[in-house]
Write a protein that binds this ligand. Structure first.
Ligand code: NAI
Length: 345
């Protein structure tokens, strides 16, 4: 049977981006039961300086056509490409899975496996505030939009249904009665369409304590912008790493279904190790796994994720996490393990 082909825009970047791109191509070629048609767009500083806005237009056209992109790290010089793309593509929701990464030292003993779904617009972050009353008081607007809440809630409940997990919505709705109250009301309404997905509501301060006490009780957590910012970083702190995770960034159509997905690693361009074959491709593999999952390649997505984590668990990894393998040696090992998983499943 011919392989399914998925066109994917690949946003090339700076520093270790070239090595990560080579690694992800090799992994796809060696291990996947589907084919990836890479459509590269060069977002490196040099090309951004040369082409200006045209390079972003090229990226946006490509992503609107394919519906998905894998983004490599880019240096922030004048503008942050992540921020520019978020605006141009209207990326409203960030999905950040945070899981215990074997081999990464952490002060926290319990296993964490959380999916933070964050409304990436509004809250208090759209308004820096202003001084009033002769500078004696500062005030800011807090914006919660029904449509953004609805899209994020549909995303969270769809995700939980696919993963057979529960959804916790969390806010301070007892104090921020109107703003957070609107968010909880919309989430409750959306939850009615998912009677098979358990849903609970927690106050956000209590949620933080409960996640630390009993992380296993929480799975998909749906939150407003600033709460998502705090929760993602706290969860990353629990697993000992801000850099090894990945995220999916989404825009939606009028029916609330995903229109475009942009996937990236949390770390930066690591200029100190660029070109030395030492880059750890774990985060970009996890980002690629999210992309495959979104494209319906569930078995391939799981194989890539588990193969990567298995090797880390065994200590077969790159030097930054205590191993001795080069980027390409680690990639070949992940590909072989993913292939074995796919053959066995
Ligand atoms: P960084 O994440 O690039 O590096 C911090 C430390 O982690 C360095 O020692 C680096 O060698 C190491 N590191 C990071 N990723 C690694 C990997 N995959 N394998 C092995 N070691 C890794 O953060 P930094 O130094 O603050 O930023 C460098 C550049 O990256 C800046 O220009 C910044 O603007 C950009 N950046 C881009 C991001 C993106 O495109 N999503 C995110 C964060 C930073």
């Amino acid at each position: 049977m011919p392989k399914t082909t998925h066109p994917v825009v690949e946003l090339l970047g700076d520093g270790i981006a070239a090595e990560l791109s080579e690694a992800v191509h090799l992994l796809a070629d060696l291990a996947l039961p589907c084919a990836i048609e890479w459509r590269p767009v060069d977002l490196s500083v040099a090309n951004r300086e040369r082409r200006g806005r045209a390079v972003y237009d090229e990226a946006v056209w490509g992503i609107e056509e394919t519906g998905v992109a894998l983004k490599h790290p880019t240096a922030t010089v004048k503008e942050s490409p992540n921020q520019v793309l978020r605006k141009l593509l209207n990326l409203q929701v960030i999905h950040r899975p945070v899981q215990t990464i074997p081999g990464i030292p952490t002060n926290f003993k319990a296993e964490v496996d959380l999916d933070v779904v964050r409304i990436a617009t509004g809250g208090t972050y759209d308004d820096p505030g202003q001084l009033v009353g002769g500078g004696e008081t500062a005030v800011s607007l807090r914006i919660v939009e029904r449509e953004a809440c609805r899209q994020a809630a549909i995303f969270a409940f769809d995700l939980a249904r696919k993963l057979r997990k529960s959804v916790t919505t969390s806010s301070k709705h007892t104090i921020q009665k109107v703003t957070d109250g609107l968010f909880e009301a919309v989430a409750k309404e959306v939850a009615k369409g998912y009677p098979d997905v358990p849903h609970r509501v927690e106050l956000f301060d209590a949620l933080l304590a409960k996640i630390v006490l009993k992380p296993r009780d929480f799975q998909v957590c749906l939150v407003l912008n600033e709460y998502g910012d705090f929760l993602s970083d706290m969860a990353c702190g629990l697993v000992g790493s801000l850099g090894i995770g990945a995220s999916g960034n989404y825009s939606f159509d009028a029916a609330g279904k995903v229109r475009t997905g942009l996937y990236d690693a949390a770390h930066g361009t690591a200029p100190d190790i660029a070109g030395q074959g030492k880059a750890n491709p774990t985060a970009i593999f996890l980002a690629f796994s999210l992309l495959l999952f979104h494209r319906g390649e569930t078995r391939a997505a799981e194989a890539v994720r588990h193969a990567t984590l298995d090797l880390l668990r065994e200590g077969s990894c790159t030097p930054d996490v205590g191993g001795r393998l080069s980027t390409l040696e680690f990639t070949r090992a992940v590909a072989a393990r993913a292939q074995a998983r796919l053959a066995g499943s």
